[in-house]
Design a protein. Sequence first.
Lengths: 254, 283
Amino acid sequence: MEPILKVENLTKVFTRKGQPDFIAVNHISFEMNQGSCLGLIGESGSGKSTTVNMITRLLDPTEGKIILDGEDITNISGRKLRKVYARMQMVFQTPTDSFDPRCTLGDGIGESLRNNGWARKDTRDEVARLLEVCGLNADFASRYPHQVSGGQCQRAAIARALAIRPKLLICDEATSALDVTVQKEIIALLNELRWKSGSDLSILFICHDIALVQQFCNYVLVMYKGDVVERGEPDEVIRNPANAYTRRLIDSVL
Amino acid sequence: MKEPTVRVQKIRKDTVRIRLIIFGTLAILLLICSVFSEYLTPYDPYLQDLANIKAAPSAAHIFGTDRYGRDMLSRVIVGSRTSIYSTLLLVAIITVTGTMIGVFCGWHGKWIDVVLMRISDIFLAFPGLVFALAVAGILEGGLQNAIIALAAISWPKYARIARSQTLAQKETPYLKAVRLSGCSTMKIIIKHILPNIIGPILVTSMLDIGTMMMELAGLSFLGLGAKPPTAEWGSMMSDTRSLLTTVPWVTMAPGIAIFISVMIFNLLGDTIRDYADPKSRGR
């Protein structure tokens, strides 16, 4: 089976005047199978977010290749790139900030559908359905992001990401800004969605909590200062970490 | 515990709405006044009554008469058309052009941004009115040219605000989400960036109405704006400047008119800002 996502030698170098180049991501490569869940862990500044920003093409890579579902998306732009977003969606770290403060949650969730030619009424019905799938009441559609709690907003963000039925869902520290109980609920929701949607959905899960990754993912990459320092199944990585950083990471959590 | 919070918010929401209604009504009244100015004047504003010059305010002439015996109240009412119309037109022009340039620079970035922003720096480096004088002088005066001259020097302020706001919006997570939802650039700018940056721009332009009224009056004063006998508040004031010590009402009348309209638009600007902030709209 074709991997849903294939990343080859992905590199990002930030150049700043008068300062040495900063290598945020250094030639990383990995593959994700369809329906799998890949965990990407590492401390702040290790290049996790830069990596996903490059994968979603919000940031241009310096070097390397990104292949989504068999299509090379490294250099596409404009209309073609907008088409790609129907297969790849993202949930952000800060739920409230990830919605336009001036649009209702319903507008935000339905936006990708509207952009893909859905009628207004169909979109409204679908938004209501999605909200219910994500454990929210349908009348949340008319609320503004500052009127709901972080956990509710993150559920809405997941609804938004799933609206267009992507094949790949990227969760960039989707649970980090939430408190522990809500975190658990969101994970449960993601888990449920993963099995419900016929295992078509692949999830790239970015996190700095190795315990969470252990519960949730079937493969894990550990990033440290822009490099992938360790990879493998979560249980395996936790049982005998080969890298000193991974060991520290595990020690600090478990 | 819960009750007081709810009440406080409701009051706040209501005051904003009440203020909006009051100042909005006042501003609309001013506009109506200027639109129908011809029908509202008790006397012909251009009719000279030499038997009755420099008359003090009385029941017949509430603001008195000027040195040609023209009724000041009628002149102030007719002057509102020239003053308010030209000011609003000017502010509209600079707001729209400035914002368009600013948003374009902020969104596009790269060399276009650098070029346009350096041009705006050049404009900002000149003392405004002096530059407007030069432009109006080259264009040979007249109200229309005074508007062009002031527009030429005033857009950079708006471009600056719009650009910095756009840059700030560009980095927000929600804009990333919007891009991921497959919006075209045009849609992102019109539906998401503009509504989020328009607040400070609108307030600036509302507050600018006063300044622009003054500057237009200044140009008129120097003979580069509205030309006598056209009734325009600024030129009326400068016209009668020499009479200030002897018959103060001829200067006071347009002065008060400017003061009141500037204040109404300033307060309206503040209120619109409060209202436009979704967080103050209550939960």
